[in-house]
Design a protein around this ligand. Structure first.
Ligand SMILES: *Cc1c(COP(=O)(O)O)cnc(C)c1O
Length: 394
């Protein structure tokens, strides 16, 4: 299965440890996009919706993404951005538990997930509250007053990974609806949504799935629940018959009711081509390779960079596919590293973050990255003004 490095366009000499934030360009994408632009949009114009089945793309891609996260056919659909999909899942989850008022999440969750919950609570104005616990204490906080448990499986800062199975079971025991955000799980670790029994899952496709900047998000709904959902974002493409142009909303049969408006066909086409790189990939094998790379990096960095403190769990089974180190001058150190063509990123206040993506990274890359990091730290070459000016995106 591995390596598949030749399937990706990676600049010569660059070691890319940021596929957890934005995956690289798959070689299959430019040709497919060019063909789509010329032969579909260019030649067919509006006929493309039928002729080239642009309209079927969100559900077709849903099945392909679904295979990577243990979801059955017709339970996943693509569209919008992850923030929007979080909102939809939360709104549906709260509707399923009208007598409960608590949304439970953890303090490690990505801000947009929490912000979307805040916005929904304000909009509903029915006395809901967002309750945050530390990730370590989350299981005990899942009680019968909780309407919805909303967690991101892998912490974007530290890489700490929740046990999806036991937490989903705990939520089910007390009758809480479980929503998993798989932003840092899809394409990174094996996920079995069916086995987890969770009600909803959401995620994005521009990180480990390499769909490109602005690639569409996905939403999963447990198949037995789909027909009960009355979508909060009742857009026309989630309607049973969009082209009947009725005055009143009627949800579509099946997962397509989670669609909202016109799909981003160019982005979906890029994603569809990028997903070819995943054909035949065994997620368990990928996970083993990712653990080997991250263990190697931790060992090599800790041996030579005493200034850096591991901020990720030491047990690889409790980590996703990233490794984070804490360092007070982490921003400058990361900029110095990027200037040497080793690309990771920085998350406030002090986290240097490195993603491990075995589809296009191997042990030599990891050794080279650790060598360069050790050089920057031992020479102190990070300590220069040009590495300390913060850009808009860190
Ligand atoms: C990356 C990420 C997002 C991003 O949301 P967008 O709407 O796609 O910008 C949201 N939630 C989590 C947990 C993420 O890691």
């Amino acid at each position: 299965m591995l390596p598949r490095k030749s399937l990706f366009e990676l600049p010569d000499g660059m070691i890319y440890l940021d596929g957890n934030s934005l995956g690289p360009l798959a070689r299959s994408v430019p040709g497919r996009l060019d063909q789509m632009l010329r032969d579909e949009w260019g030649a067919h114009l509006i006929k493309g919706w039928n002729l080239d089945d642009w309209m079927g793309q969100p559900a077709r891609l849903g099945d392909r993404v679904g295979r990577l996260i243990g979801a059955p056919e017709a339970s996943v659909v693509l569209g919008d951005t992850l923030s929007v999909k979080v909102f939809q899942a939360l709104a549906a989850g709260l509707q399923m538990r009208p007598d409960r008022k608590v949304i439970l999440s953890d303090t490690g969750n990505f801000p947009t997930d929490l912000y979307m919950a805040e916005g929904l609570i304000k909009q509903l104005d029915r006395g809901h509250a967002l309750k945050l616990e530390t990730p370590e204490d989350i299981a005990e906080a899942i009680t019968a007053e909780v309407a919805v448990v909303m967690l991101t499986q892998v912490d974007y800062r530290t890489g700490r990974m929740h046990d999806m199975q036991s937490i989903s079971e705990r939520a089910a025991e007390v009758g809480a609806v479980m929503i998993w955000d798989l932003a840092h799980s899809a394409g990174a670790v094996p996920v079995d949504l069916t086995a987890s029994g969770c009600e909803f899952a959401v995620g994005c496709t521009y990180k480990y799935l390499n769909g490109g900047p602005g690639a569409p998000a996905f939403i999963y709904v447990r198949p037995d629940l789909i027909e009960q959902i009355d979508p909060a974002l009742s857009g026309w493409l989630g309607h049973a018959e969009p082209f009947a142009f009725e005055h009143q909303y009627r949800p579509a049969q099946g997962i397509e009711r989670m669609r909202v408006g016109t799909p981003s066909v160019l982005q979906m086409t890029a994603l569809e081509a990028a997903l070819d790189a995943w054909d035949g990939v065994d997620m368990a094998e990928l996970r083993d390779a990712s653990i080997a790379l991250s263990e190697q990096f931790i060992m090599q960095v800790e041996a030579r960079c005493p200034e850096l403190t591991l901020a990720s769990p030491r047990d690889p089974l409790r980590r996703g596919s990233q490794v984070s180190f804490a360092f007070d001058e982490g921003y400058a150190a990361m900029q110095a590293l990027i200037a040497r063509d080793v690309i990771g990123d920085f998350r406030a206040p002090n986290i240097m973050r490195f993603g491990f993506t075995p589809l296009y990274l191997d042990a030599d890359d990891v050794t080279r990255a650790a060598d360069i990091l050790a050089d920057i730290m031992t020479t102190g070459s990070w300590d220069q003004p040009q590495f300390k000016t913060r850009s808009r995106v860190t």
